[in-house]
Write a protein that binds this ligand. Structure first.
Ligand code: NAD
Ligand code: GLY
Length: 378
């Protein structure tokens, strides 16, 4: 991570009932963020939680910034992967905090993707009823989504994110330079969420994202690499959208926050039907977004030209547009089960145009079957 000039850092404010904070987005932002870290952790202790892929790359500069802030840091490096997002790992982290005599004035720093952010955030929220929390997201998905907005938690038995709470960070330091070391498939995961924001926001946001994706190169696995999205202006624009939604509905009570689930209803079912291994989260959500576009043309009047424009964006990310090797009936069953479990509240978010999402759309079971059949077209 190279130091950068102050002009390069974009500060996006997030206002929430719990606390207001800033998301710093920059290229080499960590150095620039030393004063922000000092404001949170100065004179105290910190535990920096990371994983085995991220720590060798970025632990040293984060700990150096903490030292510069006069903060004694303990490093904890976990194996990588979703399986770490569990109560056993949380308990292990509680143990480290106990042994180090951390108090509520001390800080948990989450350095990594959404797995580390959710787990370390959960630990920060619950140990001693809440320590300070700094999110340092290193995946595109975590920078535009997971690290912002305060959802923290762990998986429990078959339930993903089943145990958790809302706990806003003190600050978020998003350094787009860290995204250069991400595998292309992980960049694609985050890129699908970026496309989601393009569709939700429309207008200049969509034009910005289309521009950043134009000419995305084809990689070794013959899909496109959306590396062009790993830019401060793109990440900051997505964070601005999420910040507006979080300010309006921090605890997902009024329904506004459901907007962020665009494409996720069918996406989650595809991910689960593939036992969380056939499709990555981003690939499954991309299929969910294709389904959403198909349904939106039929149920909420999305123009065919706008649907085509959105489809081009998903293609530029390198995301799949056909459901293969996953049983369509299982997807339909899982959507039905999800809807039942959610009660009458959770329905689909569709689009009437880019920038004009429509919440609470009732989608008949027949249409869900039809759209899943369409996803399976040869
Ligand atoms: P992840 O945290 O598993 O990271 C993906 C992979 O990339 C891991 O192997 C990791 O070690 C590696 N990695 C991370 N940064 C790297 C870097 N800079 N260079 C090289 N390798 C790097 O996955 P993710 O996609 O970031 O997050 C997924 C998790 O986020 C899921 O658990 C999901 O439930 C959660 N999530 C939470 C929210 C929220 O609002 N809290 C929102 C979306 C997703
Ligand atoms: N990722 C969806 C949310 O934060 O609500």
């Amino acid at each position: 991570m190279q130091p950068i000039g102050g002009a390069g850092v974009i500060r996006v404010p997030v206002q929430s009932g719990q606390r207001d904070y800033q998301v710093l987005v920059g290229n080499g932002a960590l150095h620039e963020a030393a004063s922000d870290l000092a404001a949170v952790c100065s004179g105290g202790a910190a535990i920096v939680v990371s994983d085995a892929n991220v720590a060798p790359l970025y632990m040293a500069p984060v700990c150096a910034a903490l030292r510069d802030a006069g903060c004694a840091a303990t490093e904890v490096v976990l194996p990588a992967g979703e399986a770490q997002k569990c109560l056993a790992r949380a308990e292990e982290l509680f143990g480290v905090m106990y042994e180090r005599h951390l108090t509520r004035a001390d800080t948990v720093v989450a350095l990594g993707g959404g797995v580390i952010g959710d787990l370390a955030g959960f630990v920060a929220a619950t140990y001693l009823r809440g320590l300070r929390l700094v999110q340092v997201p290193t995946t595109l998905l975590a920078q535009v989504d997971a690290a912002v907005g305060g959802k923290v938690g762990v998986d429990f038995r078959a339930g993903k994110n089943h145990v958790g709470t809302f706990y806003q960070p003190w600050t978020v330091l998003a350094d787009v330079q860290t995204l250069a070391t991400l595998p292309a498939r992980e960049r694609r995961n985050g890129a699908v969420e970026v496309v989601k924001y393009a569709l939700l926001a429309g207008g200049e946001t969509m034009t910005l994202i289309e521009g950043a994706l134009s000419g995305a190169p084809v990689t070794g696995d013959s899909a496109r690499d959306p590396a062009g999205l790993c830019r401060e202006d793109v990440v900051a624009e997505c964070v601005r959208y999420k910040a507006r939604v979080v300010a309006a509905d921090e605890r997902e009570e009024s329904g506004e926050r459901h907007l962020l689930n665009l494409g996720h209803t069918i996406g989650h079912a595809v991910e689960a039907a593939g036992r969380f291994s056939r499709y990555s989260h981003g690939e499954a959500v991309a299929l969910g977004l294709h389904a959403m576009l198909w349904l939106s043309e039929r149920l909420t009047g999305l123009d065919a030209a706008d649907a085509e424009r959105a489809t081009r964006l998903l293609a530029a990310v390198g995301a799949p547009d056909r459901l293969a090797e996953v049983d369509g009936d299982t997807v339909v069953e899982l959507v039905a089960r999800d809807k039942k479990a959610a009660g009458p509240q959770i329905t689909f978010v569709l689009l009437s145009a880019p920038g004009a999402p429509v919440r609470n759309v009732h989608v008949p079971s027949e249409s869900i079957k039809e759209v899943v059949e369409w996803l399976q077209r040869p």
